[in-house]
Design a binder for this molecule. Structure first.
Ligand SMILES: Nc1ncnc2c1ncn2[C@@H]1O[C@H](COP(=O)(O)OP(=O)(O)OP(=O)(O)O)[C@@H](O)[C@H]1O
Length: 263
């Protein structure tokens, strides 16, 4: 306690980690081709949360993820990454994004290792050759997704599920504070889903924040601390994760309480 705090009897502020929300969207709206896709989303994700975004095909999950990252512009409302609008956000190393599909695969003859190494770029002040620390992080990431043996292969040679694991490794290599994953287990076999869940469990233990879109949580279900269910561009449930593993969470959205009920 400081001298002045002792004098006034006021306790000093506790020394805590950064509690600025990783994401804070207020009344977020997105229109695509003139059609409203997100129709007023309020969402705050605080550090350490493990949030599953659930909902039927076309409910707006990927659009929400992209809007939170500033990849899709809002037509109304506002959104912030660690307290800063995406256009002014500079600390991109803090966010590891796993998109739904590998966009560099077709036509680009990059190897698995090169794609995973690109996950280190946001950590560099300026573009430079990978150093020993980068190489060690890349090796750990490849090992975590079980692709060490394929490191030298062009990514285009890999199956869809393996390419998905390359994208996960790319995010892991950057060692971000927050992981944003759009269906990370789509097309990934059961054993590798368990592997990913174990990797995520370690990250969660270390206080990382996770926001993931999923149709089926599978072995990741026990890690989820909160679920956000979208329907037609609106949040229809925000609170407790589904108990057990429904065959298709979206089908159960109608049974869940309305917006704001649980949080
Ligand atoms: N570029 C685009 N132009 C026009 N409409 C789009 C575009 N991208 C997505 N949409 C529409 O926006 C709606 C939401 O799409 P989005 O991909 O966000 O849904 P989703 O919940 O992630 O679906 P899925 O579970 O199938 O991945 C859909 O009706 C989709 O057709």
């Amino acid at each position: 306690m400081t001298g002045s705090a002792q004098a006034t009897g006021v306790a000093p502020p506790p020394v805590t980690a950064d509690t600025t929300p990783a994401f804070a969207m207020t009344e977020g709206r997105v229109a695509l081709d003139g059609r409203p896709v997100l129709r007023g989303i309020d969402l705050r994700v605080t550090p350490g949360e493990v949030v599953a975004v659930l909902g039927a095909n076309g409910s707006g999950k990927s659009t929400l993820i992209r809007a939170l990252l500033g990849l899709t512009p809002l037509s109304g409302g506002s959104t912030e990454l660690y307290g800063v609008p995406p256009a002014r956000f500079r600390q991109w190393w803090r966010v590891g994004y796993v998109p739904q599909r590998l966009s560099v695969g077709g036509g680009v003859p990059a190897t698995v290792r090169e794609v995973v190494t690109s996950g280190r770029v946001a950590r560099q002040r300026r573009l430079r050759r990978a150093n020993a620390e980068d190489r060690a992080a890349v090796a750990r990431a490849l090992d975590a997704v079980g692709l060490t043996a394929r490191a030298g292969d062009p990514v285009g040679w890999l199956s869809g599920g393996q390419q998905q694991r390359v994208l996960i490794a790319r995010a892991l290599a950057g060692d971000p504070d927050t992981y944003v994953m759009d269906e990370p287990t789509a097309g990934v076999d059961a054993e590798n889903q368990r592997h990913l869940a174990a990797t995520l469990a370690v990250l969660v233990e270390r206080g990382k924040t996770v926001l993931l879109v999923a149709h089926e949580l599978g072995p990741m279900a026990p890690l989820i601390t909160r679920s956000v269910v979208l329907r037609d561009g609106l949040v229809v449930h925000d609170g407790a994760p589904p108990r057990g593993e429904p065959a298709h969470p979206a089908h159960h959205a109608a049974d869940l309480p309305g917006p704001g009920a649980a949080r």
